[in-house]
Design a protein around this ligand. Sequence first.
Ligand SMILES: Nc1nc2c(ncn2[C@@H]2O[C@H](COP(=O)(O)OP(=O)(O)OP(=O)(O)O)[C@@H](O)[C@H]2O)c(=O)[nH]1
Ligand SMILES: [Mg+2]
Length: 363
Amino acid sequence: MIQLERQKLHDDSIKKKISEGTKTYHSEQKLDKSFPNIIITGQNQNNILEETKTHPLRERSWLKRLTSGMLRSSQQLGDSISNIFKKRKLDEETLQNLEDLLIQSDIGFETAMQISNTLRSNRFGKEISSDDVRSLIKQEIQKILDPIAKPLEINLSHKPYIIMVVGVNGSGKTTTIGKIAAKLKARGLSVMLAAGDTFRAAALEQLNVWGARTNSVVISLYPGADAAGVAYKAYEKAKATHTDVLIIDTAGRLHNKTELMDELAKIRRVLAKSDPQSPHTVLQILDATTGQNTLKQIEAFRQTSLVSGLVMTKLDGTARGGILVAVAIQYKVPVHFIGIGEEIDALEAFSAKEFSEAILGNH
Ligand SMILES: Nc1nc2c(ncn2[C@@H]2O[C@H](COP(=O)(O)OP(=O)(O)OP(=O)(O)O)[C@@H](O)[C@H]2O)c(=O)[nH]1
Ligand SMILES: [Mg+2]
């Protein structure tokens, strides 16, 4: 019942957004940042547009946006560090307080202990400022995140290159699909979207809005249709029209609902009949506000859908951004993007350096 009510609220909010009108996305509105968002390989690169090189002003404004988006995470961690490191010398009580704080910040027990042990062995009894502590934590977090921060690779030797998008209800799948489609269009690629969420009429309507905004063709069947059937129809259309990238939306599902998880496996099987390597990317969308449950979701989806990459949304306005550190320690799955707002361009490449700076805040 609660689930139904939540779904209704979600549908209502989407309807409201749809009624606020559609805005066409112009491909000249390029996104710019030094860390690449998307790498395109496997084809004569003549028709591919470059990601715009970083303009220093834009870079600053982007960092500002990430930092302000993650203000609640950084307030939790960075500000509290300032409060506990008031004494000049590092003692056991301060270290204990730091451990508690780090554990609460969702970065995971292991990382919290690692950081406090590094401090204990290097600086115990010595003078230390809160700035020193913050910069040490930044370094440790960056070291953990670096190996999983990877741009999304689109290999056009597969045509269409197929991306299947999965995740629990309301995690931001459809919105992220729209944002990724915009990025691909900005690079000069053709994009098709498949409406694999056939459960709700509002889901199709929502995908159509993103299709219109990004000038991408949307393929759908009737409400209640078999999601694998939609995926197959879209594949055939994409193949016939030489579309570069096909992105398949799927219905949100609780990771413990076996029959729904089986549906994802069916989509995979149907696609693999045409191209054994497809879907080439399976993106799992995670909602940063979920906190520790994120780890259970990854576990469940990676078993049934063979997830190849992650996107974490809603990092704006949550104090729980630290969960990405726990994700990096536990699962070596690459993180391609982070969502920091509802707008079309509020999806950024996941850079370990910027993220670790943003999570500690500007002090
Ligand atoms: N603040 C914020 N909101 C976001 C972000 N990404 C998505 N949303 C919002 O989250 C809500 C759910 O997003 P959807 O894209 O509909 O999520 P979904 O996973 O497709 O949902 P279902 O199809 O119902 O499972 C919408 O109101 C989005 O605008 C983000 O990065 N930041
Ligand atoms: Mg959706």
